[in-house]
Design a protein around this ligand. Structure first.
Ligand code: AMP
Ligand code: MN
Ligand code: MN
Length: 321
């Protein structure tokens, strides 16, 4: 038995209602992995519903977006529910109530902080992405990437997003092997890299400028904050923040980087990234989660207050271990 042996085909055989959900504020891996799994189940004759808070405009070119369900959740009682790229139940957002009503629940994930909250938990913290795990599970069930370029492209997009273009630390030999199989399936790697990682809108560039203007540095930690007024003033939303914290981390003086954005009058979201020092424990201690070198948390307070608190904890970790 390997980690990826599974009974998915048997479990969905008689299922009429299947829901597939990712985490709130879905990123490229959540959208790619959820849509790939949904398309795969559709090819098997099922009619899965995709429960995602939104499909951000920059991921609108992904295959399978027509399977996104934008209706009310209260009538949904799935036979099988798949939670993908989601480390804890709270991160399912409103889909959590549907999860509670499901006959059988699956969690397919790669977050180090995953709580194993489903009936069947397929969790590999060493995988590059949830998309990579979904690929392995489908492959075990006969999926041939060479015969389905639409699913192949979704998986490739999710992997490219979560690995930052095959750079982050969980990118392994297997990740590249899978990428090779997806290339054989006809995936347009150049277009996907550009769209998933590099293309930005003019408002995003304006916001990037403000974020860099607000940037500060303390003892190896480069950080910045954005208020709601600054985000909205550029015509942006919380979906337009990709790339900012990564830019801060890439600076030569950075050991860690933090972007804190105001999300309501009373709460702010922090995105934390690190080159080497594990930061997941600090973020978990504040109620968040993620991976060793990339994690996030929403805390009470203004963006400036939350930044001050997190930066102080990281500096302490850098200085004293
Ligand atoms: P982000 O900073 O939002 O890009 O997230 C970095 C990583 O941490 C991603 O894998 C997220 O899924 C995870 N993450 C972000 N926010 C939270 C949170 N509040 N709770 C648990 N995990 C989170
Ligand atoms: Mn994600
Ligand atoms: Mn992921």
């Amino acid at each position: 038995m390997t980690m990826y042996d599974n009974n998915i085909l048997k479990d969905i055989e008689n299922a009429e209602e299947i829901c597939i959900a990712g985490h709130i504020n879905p990123d490229g891996d959540a959208v790619g992995s959820v849509l790939a799994l949904a398309l795969y189940l559709k090819r098997l004759g099922k009619t899965p519903r995709v429960l995602l808070e939104s499909i951000p405009a920059r991921f609108a070119f992904f295959g399978g977006t027509q399977l996104w369900y934008n209706g009310a959740y209260d009538g949904l009682v799935p036979d099988v529910f798949f939670a993908v790229d989601c480390g804890d139940k709270a991160r399912l957002g409103n889909a959590g109530e549907v999860f509670d009503r499901a006959g059988l629940t699956y969690c397919i994930d790669h977050h180090r902080t995953n709580t194993g909250f489903a009936d069947v938990n397929i969790i590999n913290a060493n995988a590059s992405s949830a998309s990579e795990i979904v690929f392995e599970l489908m492959k075990k069930n006969g999926f041939d990437p060479e015969k389905d370029s639409e699913i192949a492209a979704d998986i490739y997009s999710g992997i490219v997003f979560d690995t930052g273009g095959f750079r982050h630390n969980c990118t392994g030999r297997r990740t590249h092997e899978i990428a090779g199989m997806l290339v054989d399936g006809g995936v347009d790697t150049s277009v996907i890299h550009s769209r998933v990682l590099f293309e930005h809108t003019y408002p995003q560039a304006k916001l990037f400028g403000i974020a860099l203007g607000n940037m500060k540095h303390l003892d190896g930690v480069t950080y910045t904050t954005l208020t709601t007024a600054e985000i909205e003033g550029c015509g942006c939303t919380s979906e337009d923040l990709d790339g900012i914290v990564d830019y801060l981390l890439n600076l030569d003086i950075s050991e860690c980087a933090v972007l804190v954005t105001q999300r309501s009058e009373t709460a702010a979201k922090a995105s934390v990234r690190s080159k080497k020092i594990p930061i997941a424990d600090i973020v978990v201690s504040l109620g968040g989660g993620g991976h060793a070198l990339a994690a996030g948390v929403t805390c009470d307070g203004s963006a400036a207050e939350v930044a001050e608190k997190i930066v102080a904890l990281i500096v302490k970790e850098i200085k004293h271990g």
